[in-house]
Write a protein that binds this ligand. Structure first.
Ligand SMILES: *Cc1c(COP(=O)(O)O)cnc(C)c1O
Length: 437
């Protein structure tokens, strides 16, 4: 695969203009390309596995809008469904049939959710689920893991202090200390830290929240025994187990990580894939737990555009495709082949490079470690190598999220031929970054 020109003059001009309108020129921080070189690319079109920028370059897209696009861009079933639904009105502020349809698809095919509430983003889903956990248990504290992301909820924008089990220190200005004092931060994959937290804060912990497949700070795959241990200790201590499956839900299987690992969480949140590219989030649980939510119960939560018919139609169209036989097996098989090709090349050359994957999620690490399960095992220095890798991939027509902490996604739209081409581009890029010849 030859190098393509990456003239970015139009993107650069649009970015200059955007900087006059938005903080950092963007609507979400990682989009600003601060961790890699050059202006962010302004996109004009997506079709299947490809995106096209404003300068006329096209790329095989492994960012996939950071996860939602499991069918690739502009899948005809989604586009048709959105257009037909929109023609009848964009929002009613009243119930609509489309909400039932999406809920039915989920509840009939997911043993972990008996009732569900739709919201407008993953952040909103997490915020609401935390309120449910506190409301249902009458407890205040939340246990969160260093290296997991749960959206920009005040109480979740925290990192650990020094020590095994600490109250959070906020990672953003504008968050009162009193809020973060309700969040306990512990390292991932560490049973002793959890044991200590439940002793230190006996009968005060409402829930333990985890990304069962942590995929927002690298891909920090947990030991299955650790996830099972969380279920056991929650049962023992009367704590709710909250799986934030905004990224893993409908990605590693229709039932997400809960289904993949066979662990029953008490509360689960979804986002990204659930909306088919439209802004949708959701939280779900047993019917008994969900009866705490207004108007049935005392935990208030509402939304003007929640269950929006157009967004629901997009989600239902996407999930209908995901339910087809062999859908997830095929995605996983393609991803394994793709990752395997790159890893074989890297091993042959003896590079300090790893690639981790689960289902159709993958992550590159410039490291020799056999496994990376905690955020402190990621070497910040290695991000410089990622930056060079990113430039080399872009030149070869491969688009990823512009940070070495972001994972990549293979979609249903990526053909085996696309993935072969992409694997060649990854191997060539590795040679250009790490090769000494
Ligand atoms: C993306 C993500 C969120 C936040 O979702 P938004 O739709 O960006 O608000 C929360 N939790 C996890 C695990 C995520 O991957």
């Amino acid at each position: 695969m030859g190098e393509i020109t990456t003239d970015r003059a139009v993107s650069a001009a649009l970015y200059e203009e955007a900087k006059g309108y938005f903080p950092g020129g963007v609507s979400s921080p990682v989009r600003a390309f601060r961790s890699v070189d050059g202006p962010p690319l302004f996109m004009v079109k997506g079709a299947g596995p490809r995106i096209h920028d404003a300068d006329g370059n096209s790329y095989l897209d492994f960012c996939c809008s950071y996860g939602p696009l499991i069918l690739g861009h502009a899948h005809p079933a989604i586009v048709d469904s959105v257009a037909k639904t929109a023609a009848n009105g964009l929002s009613f502020g009243a119930p609509s049939r489309q909400e039932n349809e999406l809920a039915k698809l989920i509840i009939e095919n997911n043993q972990f959710v008996e009732k569900i509430r739709f919201v407008n983003s993953g952040t909103e889903a997490v915020m609401s689920a935390i309120r449910l956990a506190r409301g249902a248990t009458g407890r205040n504290k939340i246990v969160k893991f260093e290296g997991c992301y749960h959206g920009h909820v005040d109480s979740m924008l925290v990192k650990a202090g020094s020590g095994l089990v600490t109250l959070g220190t906020s990672t953003s200005a504008g968050i009162p200390e009193a809020y973060v004092n309700e969040t306990i931060v512990v390292p991932l994959n560490d049973e002793a830290a959890i044991e200590k937290a439940v002793v230190d804060y006996k009968d005060d912990i409402a829930c333990i929240v985890i990304e069962p497949i942590p995929a927002n700070n690298g891909l920090l795959l947990q030991d299955l025994s650790f996830l099972k241990f969380l279920r056991t200790i929650c049962d023992r201590e009367g704590i709710l187990l909250f799986f934030d499956e905004v990224i893993s839900g409908f990605r590693v299987g229709f039932e997400g990580a809960a289904g993949l690992y066979g662990i029953h969480p008490d509360i689960v949140t979804y986002g990204k894939i659930i909306g088919g590219g439209m802004p949708v989030g959701a939280y779900g649980a047993s019917a008994a737990l969900m009866s705490n939510i207004a108007p049935d119960g005392p935990v208030y939560q509402a939304g003007t555009l929640s269950g929006n018919p157009v967004a629901m139609a997009a989600g239902a169209a996407q999930l209908t495709e995901c339910l087809k036989p062999g859908f997830y097996e095929n995605l996983e098989q393609k991803t394994k082949q793709f990752v395997g090709t790159i890893l074989a090349h890297s091993q042959e050359k003896g590079y300090s490079f790893r690639m981790f994957s689960v289902g159709s999620i993958f992550w590159m690490a410039f490291s020799d470690l056999e496994a990376i399960r905690r955020s402190d095992q990621i070497d910040p220095q290695s991000m410089d190598l990622f930056k060079h890798m990113y430039g080399a991939l872009l030149k070869r027509g491969i688009y990823l999220g512009p940070s070495g902490y972001e994972v990549g996604f293979v979609s249903h739209a990526h053909s085996e031929a696309d993935l072969e081409k992409a694997a060649t581009a990854f191997c060539e890029s590795l040679d250009s970054v790490l090769g000494h010849a």
